[in-house]
Design a protein around this ligand. Structure first.
Ligand SMILES: Nc1ncnc2c1ncn2[C@@H]1O[C@H](COP(=O)(O)OP(=O)(O)O)[C@@H](O)[C@H]1O
Ligand SMILES: [Mg+2]
Length: 316
């Protein structure tokens, strides 16, 4: 069976890939890349600009400090470990619960029920520091972060873990969006590369459309069997507003913003990407080019975040 991706290529839509490489990415000032490539720098930047993010418990930047991790996490039953410089979900551990034996030795319970003993966690963090998961292969730092709680909207449709919403923002205008839901295979992470599914989202009202798994359109979530088309994402305008505000935050013209809708705190910034993938076009059955051209034509005038969001909702 011919995959949707191949059909897309034949229709010339992924030709935009090159276009983005040659025209869009050069719009992003290189000196601003570290602000989004390094999640610790992003967190500092967001904190000083009152952009809500998950709480950061600690950062581990030396092998000598890895042994302190249980102490750094002493009151936390759930948490997330991630490489500061990682991508595509690589190296991320989502710990749902910690139990302690009578000697105070912790066992960490991962999403999906897999257990890790203390030594394995230490080994994993050492791997992060040595650069095993880092985008550039250099040594890295490990972030210990609050494990977010999925908004109740996702409880029925998602298989454990945390869904996120990817919004492509060009010159401050949201141009395309996709909801990503973890699957059994993706270990609580919402990255398409880990086997998560992508769902197209209508920019105007946050209505869900097509479901994509491994570059193929499928009718429903593969694990929960739930149909997704037609459901409406809660807090949609707030999500778009947060995404659009990342233009001012990062100084980047072409940006993929990952947002989580937390049960308690509403939309939170998870991370920003300077080189977002193009799978989003498949989930929306639409190429990005016409939206990017529209922004090129309209963005000459300086506008507020609200104005940009409203214009995108009306036009795209
Ligand atoms: N604090 C968190 N709580 C729960 N899940 C998380 C958290 N951080 C990340 N995840 C899960 O891991 C995925 C990837 O995280 P992200 O920070 O975007 O890193 P990457 O750069 O590897 O994509 C998210 O989409 C989400 O599903
Ligand atoms: Mg991400």
């Amino acid at each position: 069976m011919i995959s949707f991706l191949r059909k897309f290529k034949e229709a010339g839509i992924l030709g935009i890939n090159r276009r983005i490489g040659e025209f869009i990415l050069p719009y992003n000032p290189r000196e601003n890349y570290p602000l989004v490539d390094d999640k610790w720098l992003t967190a500092e930047l967001a904190a000083s600009n009152a952009i809500p993010m998950p709480e950061h418990y600690a950062m581990v930047n030396e092998f000598g400090r890895v042994k302190d991790v249980p102490l750094l996490l002493k009151d936390r039953s759930s948490f997330v470990v991630k490489p500061a410089n990682g991508g595509m979900g690589n190296g991320i551990l989502v710990i749902d619960k910690t139990t302690w034996d009578e000697n105070g030795i912790p066992t960490y319970h991962r999403v999906g029920g897999r257990e890790m003993i203390y030594k394995e966690l230490v080994h994993h963090i050492s791997g992060i520091l040595s650069g095993l998961y880092s985008l550039d292969g250099n040594s890295d730092r490990a972030i210990l972060q609050e494990r977010l709680t999925a908004h109740s909207f996702f409880k029925e449709i998602s298989y454990q873990g945390i869904a996120d919403i990817r919004v492509i923002v060009f010159c401050g205008y949201p141009v395309m969006a996709m909801l990503r839901l973890p699957t059994k295979e993706s270990g609580g992470r919402a990255n398409l590369h880990q086997g998560a599914i992508g769902v197209g989202v209508d920019l105007k009202d946050g209505v869900l459309s097509f479901v994509v798994h491994k570059n193929k359109i499928i009718p429903e979530h593969p694990d929960t069997g739930q149909r997704l088309e037609g459901r409406i994402l809660p807090s949609w305008k707030e999500i778009l507003h947060l995404a659009a505000s990342c233009y001012e935050l990062s100084g980047l013209n072409y940006l993929g913003v990952d947002i989580v809708l937390d049960e308690r705190r509403g939309p939170l910034l998870l991370e920003m990407n300077a080189r977002p993938g193009l799978g989003i076009q498949i989930a929306n059955k639409k190429g990005l080019m016409s939206a990017l051209r529209w922004v090129e034509e309209t963005s000459g005038v300086k506008r507020s975040i609200e104005e940009r969001v409203e214009m995108s909702r009306r036009h795209l």
